[in-house]
Design a binder for this molecule. Structure first.
Ligand SMILES: Nc1ncnc2c1ncn2[C@@H]1O[C@H](COP(=O)(O)OP(=O)(O)OP(=O)(O)O)[C@@H](O)[C@H]1O
Ligand SMILES: [Mg+2]
Length: 533
């Protein structure tokens, strides 16, 4: 038997080159004549360009180029450059025999006889489609990560500012309300007062949107029939959007309910439809549609596996260019001009969708309209459990309970004074405490208290911790959490009745009426006497 090394050595030089070229299968290596006619073809070229040697030898190499490149004369230019500069190198789309495109890395070298005479070209092509796709995927993921980090950072900042403003506005709105009752009957004063209330309320709407974007809005999640919710909004939409816009709804006959805060979802739909109207200066038709979708594990959307309801709002309006689309959900990003848009509409929608365990997506192109989609988890059995918890937390409402002693807890002195003043105005007795510890001390002292209302976000002891301590020692004493935040687990949160900050006197009265059973005082007294606290 002849040794392989010997066999290779016995070949002619030409034979060895032939073997070499034919062994390469991941590169197309072939020769062109001086005008670009294919004169040789290797298996690599056949593998990813799809032509057998007999089909392609004798043809012009320009057929590998896209129509666009052929029109601009790229094939001829490539040969010219290779001849003039000694090499042509580039990346671009090329076409296979079956018409599909691949991303190619191409090198063309001139082949010269002894003198300067070019007798042809050596062409090496590599298929980089997969590598390019992988790189693009990586770039996209990186960009998405950066974007979500940026949104998180803005969210933290916005949430912090909104929390402080929420407290301040609560003081302003509360004090204005109390002031009104004491104002002399002077129409001028009344008008100024009304202005101040409206201004403060607009401020409160803005802080609520900011909190929603920062995912810190307190959500009351329940099973919501979206079709019913949208139909219930018909009047509101007609009034807000004006006569030039027509709304068309497309809801399947049977669709699961979504787990979401109904009020927040209404706000979101209103924001999306107002945006749609603004994008259609001459008026037009907005389509609101729902569909049910299943998301499998590892889905590109990043949603947890499960069933979702997708609520879509479509308009055929101006659409957005890429830059606007990228920034649309950022808080305070608006193209509507000073005083016209706050740039918080989509931020709010985005925050509510995320906080509800769903997603918000936007698709848009300049001149082609926009589709905004809110994805929400299907309510299923989870909502039922949540409903039960919420119902038991509220208990059976007792309407008339006369004057109450209310222990009010807040670390913000202004807010505390305001709450006490409201209680006073409602005919109750307010006991102020500036921390959870101070509240517990008051209770230990044995003061008669009917209900505790506490801020959630406080240093050292949060409202929730205080509520739990009270529940252990005095199981019957109701505690209301006052919060503009939702940093509690939905289940835990639902165990306690809540009031959203900033609250009005009427809201406070309503919440008190809902939760204080008549027997409260006597039961409390009993607990103190038996030394349970
Ligand atoms: N349906 C749409 N068509 C075209 N552009 C849109 C659409 N929705 C949003 N945009 C663009 O996104 C920007 C941000 O929207 P967003 O709702 O957050 O704020 P806004 O509408 O400008 O202000 P506000 O909601 O306070 O009125 C808009 O200014 C607009 O440029
Ligand atoms: Mg808007």
């Amino acid at each position: 038997m002849v040794q392989p090394d010997r066999l290779a050595a016995s070949l002619t030089e030409e034979g060895r080159y032939q073997l070499l070229i034919e062994a390469v299968t991941d590169c197309a290596i072939y020769m062109l004549g001086p005008t670009g006619i294919v004169t040789s073809w290797n298996p690599g070229a056949q593998r990813f360009k799809g032509y057998a040697p007999a089909e392609i030898i004798g043809q012009h190499f320009s057929r590998f180029y896209t129509e666009e490149d052929q029109k601009t004369g790229l094939p001829a230019r490539a040969l010219e450059i290779a001849e003039r500069e000694g090499k042509f190198e580039n990346e671009g789309w090329r076409v296979r025999k079956d018409g599909t495109r691949f991303w190619a890395y191409v090198v063309i070298d001139p082949i010269r006889r002894s003198s300067d005479e070019v007798i042809g070209f050596a062409k090496i092509t590599r298929d980089l489609t997969e590598r390019r796709e992988a790189q693009q995927k990586l770039d996209k993921t990186r960009e998405a990560l950066l974007h979500s980090q940026k949104m998180d950072a803005i969210g933290q900042l916005t949430g912090g500012i909104a929390h402080d403003f929420n407290n301040l506005l609560m003081v302003v709105i509360g004090s204005l309300e109390l002031m009104r009752k004491r104002l002399p009957d002077d129409p001028k004063l009344m008008a100024l007062h009304k202005n101040a209330v409206q201004g403060a309320q607009r401020g409160a709407t803005i802080t609520k949107r900011m909190l929603a974007f920062a995912r810190r809005q307190s959500l009351r999640r329940e099973a919501v029939d979206i079709a019913q919710l949208v139909h219930g909004m018909t009047d509101l939409l007609e009034r807000s959007l004006g006569p030039s816009v027509h709304i068309e709804t497309r809801f399947p006959l049977l669709i699961e309910r979504a787990l979401v805060d109904a009020n927040q979802l209404e706000m979101a739909v209103l924001n999306l439809t107002v945006n749609a109207r603004d994008a259609m200066p001459a008026g037009g038709r907005i389509v609101i549609a729902t569909r049910e979708e299943s998301i499998a594990a590892g889905d590109a959307s990043g949603l947890k596996p499960g069933r979702y309801i997708c609520l879509a709002v479509r308009d055929p309006g101006t659409g957005m260019d890429e830059e606007t689309l990228k920034r649309a959900t950022e808080p305070f990003f608006t193209t509507k001009g000073v005083g016209k848009g706050t740039g918080l509409g989509l931020s709010m929608v985005h925050g509510v969708a995320e906080q509800s365990g769903g997603r918000f997506t936007l698709q848009s192109r300049t001149g082609e309209g926009t589709t905004a989609e809110i994805w929400l988890p299907v309510a299923g059995t989870q909502a039922h459990a949540l409903d039960q918890i919420q119902r038991s937390a509220v208990g059976d409402a007792v309407v008339d309970h006369g004057s109450l002693v209310v222990l009010a807890v807040d670390d913000d002195a202004l807010v505390l004074t305001n709450t006490i003043a409201m209680l006073d105005d409602l005919g109750h007795t307010g006991l102020p405490a500036s921390s959870g510890q101070e509240a517990l001390d008051i209770l230990r002292r044995g003061d008669l208290v009917d209900v505790v209302i506490t801020d959630q976000v406080m240093p050292r002891m949060t409202g929730l911790q205080l509520a739990e301590a009270i529940q252990k020692a005095l199981p019957g004493l109701p505690v209301i959490l006052a919060t503009g935040y939702a940093e509690m687990e939905p289940g835990v949160e639902a165990r306690w009745p809540k009031i959203l900050k900033p609250f009005t006197e009427a809201e406070l009265a309503e919440q008190l009426a809902r939760i204080v059973p008549e027997t409260r005082k006597s039961r409390l007294l009993l607990n103190f006497r038996t030394g349970k606290i």
